[in-house]
Design a protein around this ligand. Structure first.
Ligand code: PGA
Length: 270
């Protein structure tokens, strides 16, 4: 049996991942306003800055990055965006580049979210180029991968997810996963009432870790797998019971500050 597939290897891998702080990334989507954010950022600053075991990131609509920088600079809370251009500058009307995001202190950039891939027909190749730009400007990509309901019912979810990961490797090489986050977000769980079960999440997180380890020959230091799709304060308790989970990507529940605080508290104490 190769070391990569052995139970001992999984144990060592988990021990190593456990050392990292849990990542709690809010996907604010197309929500907020200057006045809403002012209250929201102030509450985040006051109540979320004391979590010791978490890296918290707020992925915002572009226009509010400057406001986030003003409110959250010099706190432990990071911010970033939900997309980026695959180009760095030039005639690309309506696009926002990685260096522009960096100008506003962005740390996290969501890339490949299914709401974008579906609505704007984003190809795996485009996503890979965006991923490369995020890394080039020393930000952390939050790469969303996940299967549709039809694909899950057909039992091909692992094949779907591995091909999404392989598309990144094909263009950028495997090393880009160092200091990166992969968010397992099954499309059927996003914006629904049903999160994936802890067992489904656990199985897929382990699959992704094993897959990336094979690509890396088991040699990486800082890489996280988080789960997204209808995370709330109730299911967070079960989700964080899983050793394989390094954090969560929270959509709707991140807008509600009390709900978001509960999720963070659960992660902090898990
Ligand atoms: P949700 O969204 O938590 O509202 O399901 C998650 C996401 O789209 O990242």
């Amino acid at each position: 049996m190769s070391l990569i597939k052995s139970p001992l290897y999984n144990l060592l891998l988990r021990a190593r991942m456990k050392k990292n702080k849990k990542k709690i990334i809010a996907n604010i989507k197309m929500n907020g306003s200057l006045s809403f954010n002012e209250i929201y950022f102030n509450k985040i600053k006051k109540n979320f800055n004391n979590f010791e075991n978490l890296n918290i990131g707020l992925c915002l609509p572009y226009p509010y990055l400057f406001q986030a920088k003003n409110f959250l600079e010099h706190t432990k809370i990071c911010w970033g965006s939900q997309n980026v251009a695959k180009f760095e500058s030039g005639p690309h009307t309506g696009e926002v580049s990685a260096p522009m995001l960096k100008d506003f202190g962005s740390k996290y950039v969501i890339v490949g979210h299914s709401e974008r891939s579906t609505a704007y027909c984003e190809s795996d190749e485009n996503i890979a180029h965006k991923f490369e730009k995020i890394k080039k400007y020393n930000m952390t990509p939050v790469l969303c991968v996940g299967e549709s309901l039809i694909e899950r019912e057909a039992g091909i979810m692992e094949r779907v997810v591995s091909s999404q990961i392989d598309a990144i490797v094909k263009i950028n090489g495997a090393e880009v996963f160092e200091d990166s986050i992969i968010a397992y977000e099954p499309i059927w769980a996003i914006g629904s009432d049903t999160a994936a079960s802890p067992a489904q999440v656990d199985k897929m997180c382990n699959f992704i870790k094993d897959h990336i380890c094979k690509v890396f020959n088991g040699n990486f230091k800082n890489f996280s797998i988080i789960y997204g799709g209808s995370v709330n304060s109730k299911n967070a308790v079960q989700l964080f019971a899983s050793e394989s989970l390094d954090g969560v990507l929270v959509g709707r529940s991140s807008i509600n500050i009390e709900e978001f605080f509960q999720i963070c508290s659960t992660a902090e104490n898990s």
